[in-house]
Write a protein that binds this ligand. Structure first.
Ligand SMILES: Nc1ncnc2c1ncn2[C@@H]1O[C@H](COP(=O)(O)OP(=O)(O)OP(=O)(O)O)[C@@H](O)[C@H]1O
Ligand SMILES: [Mg+2]
Length: 317
């Protein structure tokens, strides 16, 4: 049987957590101490890409000083090994997108707690002058105890107006279509209210199992964020109260002036409404027992670099 012995610097790669477009996320063990971390590492195809290394460096610059119970901790950024990587706090949890594939039921019981924690995490980063810009279920981790942590600062932006924006330059549009605010789609300067919009879309999906807008093409979807009438989540889940559905419609206002002014205001308003007419039951299965498909992508493992340098992953017979 093949046994992997994978080291990168002092870290032993123990388990592949996720393989995304440009990065692997590994569970890793620091050999001297036995401590466990998550390593977010560029895939071999991208190690020479200035752009991709730049995204990782940017993520480090944004998040390195942050310390909050609902924001994942960033400990280090290393570039001297075969692939650049970030060292993160390991949070043993599924991302919310994985859970929502099972429908909204497993999370219904936790909705109040989830919104509370996500809003507090986002409020913290807003107070530090950042807009996350990519608030979506994939970037929220939720564990069996209902604890939530915010991840992925790849495209976070400073919220203050920049000279560029004052001069009318537009930023390239980056973000995730199902959750992108109209101003983000238009490439305008963003502020915290853009994250409030995206969080509104996430709450909509938490309550209904589907994002507020769907489209048969990317452009159709973007058009809907810009122009379609704002859906009421009650249509998809009759157990949601009108006061909650109305608040959500306001949170997803097309114009940012129509939304709560800050994450804190949004949270206060959310605390003031009943979400469900009938309290949901606790889920029968633990989240970690949900069948969310393979988290270890075998194809991704094959992409590990071939033997060569000292800290190269090796295979033993
Ligand atoms: N600190 C962590 N602890 C546990 N799991 C994590 C951690 N960080 C990331 N993950 C897992 O890895 C996934 C991808 O992480 P992240 O969002 O940071 O990368 P990404 O840049 O979005 O990847 P992609 O290339 O797919 O866009 C997350 O959805 C989550 O499932
Ligand atoms: Mg992500």
């Amino acid at each position: 049987m093949t046994k992997m012995r994978d080291f990168v610097g002092p870290y032993r790669l123990a388990r592949l957590v996720r393989a995304g477009h440009s990065c692997f996320v590994w569970e890793a063990v620091k050999d001297e101490t036995g401590e466990r971390f998550a390593l977010k590492m560029l895939k071999p195809d991208f190690v020479d890409s200035k752009e991709q290394v730049g995204y990782l460096r940017h993520e480090w610059e944004v998040a390195k000083g942050m310390k909050h119970p609902h924001v994942i901790r960033f400990y280090d950024f290393q570039t001297q090994h075969y692939a650049p990587f970030l060292v993160l706090e390991l949070f043993n949890a599924l991302n919310m997108k994985q859970v929502l594939r099972e429908g909204p039921e497993p999370l219904a019981y936790l909705v109040d707690r989830i919104v509370e924690q996500v809003a507090k995490g986002l409020h913290y980063i807003h107070e530090r002058g950042w807009v996350h810009c990519d608030v979506k279920p994939d970037n929220l981790l939720v564990n069996d105890e209902g604890e939530v942590k915010l991840i992925d600062f790849t495209i976070a932006q400073r919220s203050k107006r920049t000279l560029k924006s004052l001069l009318g330059f537009k930023e390239p549009v980056r973000g995730t279509r199902s959750y992108m605010s109209p101003e983000q789609i238009r490439g305008e300067t963003l502020d915290r209210r853009s994250d409030i919009y995206s969080l509104g879309c996430v709450i909509f999906e938490l309550l209904s199992g589907r994002p507020p807008y769907t489209g048969s093409s990317p452009n159709e979807l973007l058009e809907k964020h810009l122009k379609a009438s704002i859906p009421s989540v009650m249509v998809y889940n009759s157990n949601v109260t009108r006061e909650c559905a109305d608040l959500l419609r306001r949170v997803m206002s097309k114009r940012r002036e129509g939304r709560p002014a800050s994450m804190w205001d949004m949270l206060q308003e959310f605390r003031g409404v009943h979400v469900f007419s009938k309290k949901p039951k606790p889920p029968k299965v633990r989240l970690s027992e949900l069948n969310v498909g393979p988290v270890t992508d075998v194809e991704a493992l094959k992409q590990l670099p071939k033997a060569g340098s000292q800290d190269q992953p090796e295979e033993e017979g």
